[in-house]
Ligand binder design. Structure first.
Ligand SMILES: Cc1cc2nc3c(=O)[nH]c(=O)nc-3n(C[C@H](O)[C@H](O)[C@H](O)COP(=O)(O)O)c2cc1C
Length: 358
């Protein structure tokens, strides 16, 4: 029996296997609207057999976009096309999830491949004033943020709540709050980007406050049987930054506030952090949090082979395996993995004649 192809139940939802398409920005939206690209991109990965697809960082407000081309869910008009994508995903046996995001001080940047420029988009070219816990830019080429005031913080929380309501209307079945990669919620967690002196900065309890308030607002509008994930950067990989120990502690708070799974990534808040990148280099964080906190975890980062994915589930290091670039290389990774691991899974009926026989 393959552990990777064991179903996983999270509250009222059952995933058919442990393979997740990790959220990946496509920078292909106009005014936040999904279009045919997103349908085909996500749809083909549903056909490819992943148990869960987490749609790219989807902005809860226009100013929360990384680039002007990000997907968004800040207005009701965004719902209709998202609904169509999600119906397609579900019709093909997968589950649609969404990563709700605010890019904070890393917002208002150019999509690199458009050739319009690099770094900060000026306001004259459609950029906007970015916000952060403190007025500290990510780097010289990034926009200069203003520190959020109390009203601004309230708005962020309300935006996550409204985005959750729209996500429910659009038919998403998993919500992931993006608190990783140096975006707004991670910026509050890390003392390197959060130098506030009010109740949102300083102590550990103060730095995690905004994330906990967002979690509470989101959980409040979710049905009781609906799973909630949080993606964190388990370490800043930098002296004086957010630490693995803090991630363990935070995960306990998240668990006790109705979060079902911690998706363990790292980095993104410090431009020149030294990151020991290699196969499965972030698995240790998923493993430690799962063991020490008794919460489900997702492992991500340079997981590229069926055997590697199988072993980390079989060894109890993580409950879900998220693949990003390997799923771009091969949308049929799950079908291929099932064959290699000897799991008998259904192929799309249209492709049945191509299913390898043992
Ligand atoms: C094209 C691309 C876009 C990405 N966009 C997001 C995103 O929207 N949200 C996020 O949390 N991570 C994003 N990531 C990071 C991936 O989800 C993943 O954590 C990372 O690529 C490591 O996994 P991998 O080695 O399987 O690619 C992106 C990665 C890629 C390659």
């Amino acid at each position: 029996m393959s552990a990777l192809f064991e179903p996983l139940a999270l509250r009222g939802l059952t995933l058919k296997n442990r393979i997740v398409v990790s959220p990946m920005c496509q920078y292909s939206a106009v005014d936040g609207f999904a279009n045919d690209w997103h349908l085909v991109h996500l749809g083909s990965r549903a056909v490819g057999g992943a148990g869960l697809l987490i749609q790219e960082a989807t902005a809860v407000s226009p100013e929360g976009r990384i680039t002007p081309e990000d997907l968004g869910i800040w207005k009701d008009e965004h719902i209709e096309f998202q609904k169509r994508i999600n119906q397609f995903i579900e019709a093909h046996g997968s589950v649609p999830g969404v990563q709700l995001a605010h890019a904070g001080r890393k917002a208002s940047t150019y999509t690199s491949w458009l050739g319009k420029g690099h770094g900060a988009v000026p306001e004259a070219e459609g950029g906007w004033q970015v916000v952060a816990p403190s007025a500290i830019a990510f780097s010289d080429s990034y926009p200069q943020p203003v520190a959020l005031d109390a009203a601004g913080i309230k708005k962020v929380i309300a935006d996550f709540r409204s985005a959750t309501e729209r996500s429910l209307a659009a038919g998403f079945k998993v919500i992931e709050i993006h608190a990783a990669h140096g975006y707004l919620l991670h910026e509050f967690l890390s003392p390197l980007s959060n130098q506030r002196t009010d109740t949102y900065g300083g102590s550990f309890e103060n730095r995690i406050r905004l994330l906990l308030e967002v979690v509470a607002a989101v959980r409040q509008v979710l049905p009781a049987d609906f799973p909630l994930f949080v993606r964190i950067s388990a370490t800043d990989w930098t002296e004086g930054g957010w630490t693995p120990d803090e991630s363990v502690q935070l995960s306990t708070w998240l668990r006790d506030r109705g979060v079902d799974l911690v998706d363990c990534s790292t980095g993104g808040n410090v431009e020149k952090a030294q990151i020991p990148v290699g196969p499965g280099y972030q698995v240790e964080f998923a493993e430690r949090i799962k063991r020490e906190v008794s919460i489900a975890t997702g492992a991500v980062g340079l997981i590229t082979t069926p055997q590697q994915a199988e072993e980390l589930v079989a060894n109890g290091q993580a409950d879900l395996v998220l693949l990003a670039r390997e799923e771009l290389r091969d949308p049929y990774f799950p079908l291929r993995a099932a064959h290699e691991l000897g799991a008998d899974v259904d192929w799309p009926v249209q492709y049945e004649r191509a299913k390898p026989r043992r």
